[in-house]
Design a protein around this ligand. Structure first.
Ligand code: C5J
Length: 238
């Protein structure tokens, strides 16, 4: 068992073979200069700040050979998987499928739709292309998790209140125990991130738990990754 100091109370992983990392949409479209996110007038530095922390969590999973899923928000080039409502949303701005500085916006296989170089998946890591905000909608994620007998998901990525929160809610409704790493998720709007963290862990963890990367990495490093009856440091929250 691994116990991780978290809010609203300790997050318990019964055994490390039940846990997987989900990294949401750390793609060039959202994080890099000239991408879709910046074209919409967003401050991409808010998202870029978390890259080293997401990499630390990724390395923690890689070191222990635990399952890793990367997601990408993107559509088929003929836009057949993009509902008209999503396609038409917004005024006087670039739209999905338009040509941007990194190829067509949010189209699978375009340069901007790639995961940023710092977090490039390894060959044994699973990349889930998703047409929606949630990673369970019209994807193979749930069957992968069932095949690997995963019950506990560690969530990171962007943006906290859109694709990360949607995925966490979808997972929660399907019975997964979800932990969001606070400093490994970001929004273009810091106040939206803060509200999302609070709503996730409100009412006794109605959607799940939140913790810091330090708490998570430290808890996994005890006794080679397993913690039994240890007194963990909760001082971050005091
Ligand atoms: C958005 C996402 N914000 N990955 N996508 O459109 O959160």
């Amino acid at each position: 068992m691994v116990l991780i100091p978290a809010l609203p109370y300790e997050y318990e992983i019964p055994s490390l073979d039940r846990v997987a990392l989900v990294i949401i949409d750390m793609q060039r479209d959202f994080l890099e200069s000239g991408g879709f996110g910046e074209a919409l007038g967003n401050d991409i530095s808010q998202l870029q700040k978390i890259v080293p922390t997401v990499k630390q969590i990724l390395d923690t999973f890689r070191d222990r050979a635990l399952p890793i899923f990367h997601t990408l928000e993107g559509h088929q080039s003929d836009l057949s998987d993009c509902p008209p409502s999503k396609l038409q949303r917004g005024q006087n701005q670039l739209k999905i499928g338009d040509m941007g500085t990194m190829g067509r916006i949010l189209i699978l296989g375009e340069p901007g739709n790639n995961i940023i170089p710092e977090l490039q998946p390894l060959a044994n890591e699973i990349v889930i292309a998703k047409p929606g905000k949630g990673a369970f909608y019209r994807t193979s994620l749930e069957s992968w998790l069932q095949e690997k007998n995963i019950t506990h998901l560690i969530l990171t990525g962007v943006t906290t209140e859109v694709c990360v929160q949607t995925t966490m809610r979808e997972a929660n409704d399907r019975g997964y125990e979800c932990l969001l790493v606070e400093d490994a998720t970001a929004s273009y709007f810091p106040e939206f991130k803060q509200s999302t963290l609070e709503m996730i862990r409100a009412q006794g963890g109605i959607v799940g738990w939140t913790t810091t990367s330090e708490n998570f990495i430290q808890a996994l490093s005890f006794s080679g990754g397993y913690v039994k009856n240890n007194k963990l440091d909760m001082s971050f929250y005091e």
